[in-house]
Design a protein around this ligand. Structure first.
Ligand SMILES: *[C@@H]1O[C@H](CO)[C@@H](O)[C@H](O)[C@H]1NC(C)=O
Ligand SMILES: *[C@@H]1O[C@H](CO)[C@@H](O)[C@H](O)[C@H]1NC(C)=O
Length: 360
């Protein structure tokens, strides 16, 4: 009996040692392979979170009167609704652009859209909007389109921040030329950050608003089947004055809660994922060629997994660990852009059960 126990014990020790050895070697491999992830994992130790927002509670019910809604926010009903200008720098998100413009059409005075034949990272690109303009005929009389021609000589290293800042200054001109006047509402956001129509109606109809406020949006990835969190904040609404600048960064501490949807990588075709991953922001995250493999991308989409195998950007271990792994699927298609539900068949890739994508 005694000797038997000894054997088990020795066996256990040997086993532990082996497991340790394997673990240590694996973590060495992991360190070399995933330096970025390790840095991200320890973000709570080296990075400080942005200063906290001051959340404006957002009230809405389908039948509530505008007067009631303005008052609930501490504002008052305006005698004349203000004009609304919605300004975006467009890349290639055609489907989201259609959902956006259909959602906002009744409340927007001018849709300002700027596109270039080159990405921020200096890669030539087709004029996707111009080529598909007939799809947006429903809004034609409200469109204020700008084309920014760019030519970067071959072999010249471009600074994406400079190209982006050039886009923004051209956008400022386009906004000024679109007929905007002091006191109008200017919405500044990316194409995939869609304010809800009742939010824009509220901001259009009330007096006493702050001069600038961020719009909090629900974050989704790949489609509305994968809700990530509520933390999208970059979209802003400005009461326009001639000092207003087109920027997509932190402007103020004020943020209006639950004001729309931010759908990242919400593309219909797998080819669009590859275009986005190579030509637009974060091309540096494509560490391996197989990241661009269609079947790999398809698997990531249906699994709700990160395309780059990266960890979430979080500032506390509690949030970081809570968000590691796949984004859980949601079966809810409630409180989404109206045009999406009215055209569920056309947009089924954005709805629960629609994760399978076609090639192009
Ligand atoms: C909303 O208003 C309509 C018409 O004014 C009315 O028929 C309906 O019952 C109202 N719905 C709710 C939930 O109050
Ligand atoms: C962009 O368009 C301008 C004007 O049409 C042209 O001169 C330029 O070569 C184009 N750039 C690229 C990268 O195609």
């Amino acid at each position: 009996m005694d000797s038997k126990r000894n054997v088990t014990k020795r066996g256990f020790t040997k086993y532990t040692f082996l497991v340790l050895l394997v673990l240590i070697s694996l973590s060495f491999i992991a360190v070399f392979d995933h330096t970025q992830n390790i840095t991200s994992f320890f973000r709570p130790l080296w990075d400080t979170p942005p200063s906290p927002f001051e959340y404006i509670p957002h009230y809405y019910a389908e039948n509530a009167s505008m007067n009631k809604l303005c008052n609930l926010h501490g504002w008052s009903l305006s005698s004349e609704p203000r004009n609304v200008f919605d300004a975006i720098l467009f890349n290639n998100e055609l489907d989201l652009l259609e959902l956006r413009w259909r959602e906002l059409y009744p409340y927007v005075t001018k849709f300002i859209i700027l596109e270039s034949n080159m990405t921020f990272t200096g890669i030539p690109k087709p004029l996707t909007f111009a080529l598909n303009r007939e799809r947006f005929a429903f809004a034609e009389e409200k469109i204020s389109y700008g084309f920014l021609p760019l030519e970067i000589p071959h072999g010249v290293q471009v600074d994406p921040f400079l190209v982006e800042s050039h886009h923004r200054s051209i956008m400022n001109e386009l906004i000024r030329r679109s007929g905007i006047t002091d006191g109008d509402l200017l919405i500044v956001s990316d194409t995939d950050e869609i304010p809800s129509s009742h939010t824009v109606k509220l901001l259009k109809s009330c007096d006493g608003l702050p001069t600038v406020l961020h719009l909090e949006m629900r974050n989704y990835v790949y489609s509305f089947e994968f809700p990530v969190d509520y933390n999208s904040w970059r979209a802003t609404a400005h009461m326009y004055s001639r000092w207003t600048q087109y920027r997509h960064s932190r402007q103020t501490d004020l943020i209006l809660s639950d004001a729309g949807w931010h759908c990242s990588f919400c593309f219909r075709h797998l080819s669009e994922f590859v275009t986005k991953m190579t030509a637009y922001s974060h091309a540096d995250r494509v560490k391996k060629k197989d990241y661009l493999d269609y079947s790999r991308i398809q698997k990531k989409i249906c699994g709700g997994d990160d395309l780059y195998g990266m960890l979430p950007e979080e500032y506390t271990f509690k949030n970081l660990i809570g968000k590691m792994g796949s984004v859980p699927r949601s079966a809810s298609a409630v409180h989404l852009p109206a045009y999406l539900i009215e055209n569920a068949e056309k947009f089924k890739f954005l709805l629960p059960g629609g994760c399978q994508r076609s090639l192009e």
